[in-house]
Design a protein around this ligand. Structure first.
Ligand code: 5GP
Length: 196
């Protein structure tokens, strides 16, 4: 029997340390794990590169991709007319080739993916508390009060909707959170092998 890869969905509020955890898990994972690069209509920030951090699409290109059924899911994430989507081309071929694919997407996108791929492994990264998240966002010192408020209300929204995730990892200590995540992958891998 051919062995398909698994989908691993990672979500969590902005400021929780998601991308740091993601990068370390990609390095340390016990399975061949591929990061899915999403498409977005937002503009690149800082050093972001097209095809590496995101595929930066114009609204028109994004719409054409939707019309061609090129997305596994897509969402207008912040309600500001900025779209994000998981491309089929980033997912399907890898799964068929037996590679695991990690999606870093928001909770609403995750719910859509789970309805299509019920055996997707969902991991929600939570802060120890909303107060600690707020303190972390403020300590960056790079954002306006309004931006911090927006991120916090979005964080609350995401946390309230995270009940359907199979796993919840609290990022109190980075190394412990990464180890816990890698352990989840190992356990899921073993469980999958038993069912083969
Ligand atoms: P940022 O603009 O800061 O890179 O990402 C903002 C949010 O968009 C993050 O919560 C991230 O998880 C989410 N996101 C990134 N790519 C996708 C995607 O393909 N689909 C969905 N639904 N959300 C995404």
């Amino acid at each position: 029997m051919s062995k398909f890869g698994r989908l691993l969905i990672l979500s969590g509020p902005s400021g929780v340390g998601k991308s740091t955890i993601r990068d370390l898990v990609l390095e340390q994972s016990s399975v061949p794990l591929q990061l899915s690069v999403s498409a977005t209509t937002r503009l690149p920030r800082g050093q972001e590169k097209n095809g590496v951090d995101y595929y930066f699409f114009s609204p028109d290109e994004f719409q054409k991709m939707r019309d061609a059924d090129g997305f596994v899911e897509c969402k207008e994430v912040f309600g500001r007319n900025v779209w994000y989507g998981t491309l089929r081309s980033e997912v399907e071929g890898h799964l068929e080739a037996g590679r695991w694919v990690m999606l870093e997407i928001d909770v609403d996108g995750a719910a859509d993916v789970v309805s299509r791929y019920p055996d997707a492994i969902t991991v929600f990264i939570a802060p120890p508390s909303l107060e600690i998240l707020e303190a972390r966002l403020r300590s960056r010192g790079t954002e306006s009060e309004e931006a911090i408020r927006n991120r916090l209300s979005r964080a609350q929204y995401e946390m309230e909707r995270s009940g359907f995730y199979r796993y919840r990892v609290v990022n109190e200590d980075l190394t412990a959170a990464v180890n816990e995540f890698c352990e989840i992958i190992r356990e899921e891998e073993e469980r999958g092998e038993k069912h083969d």
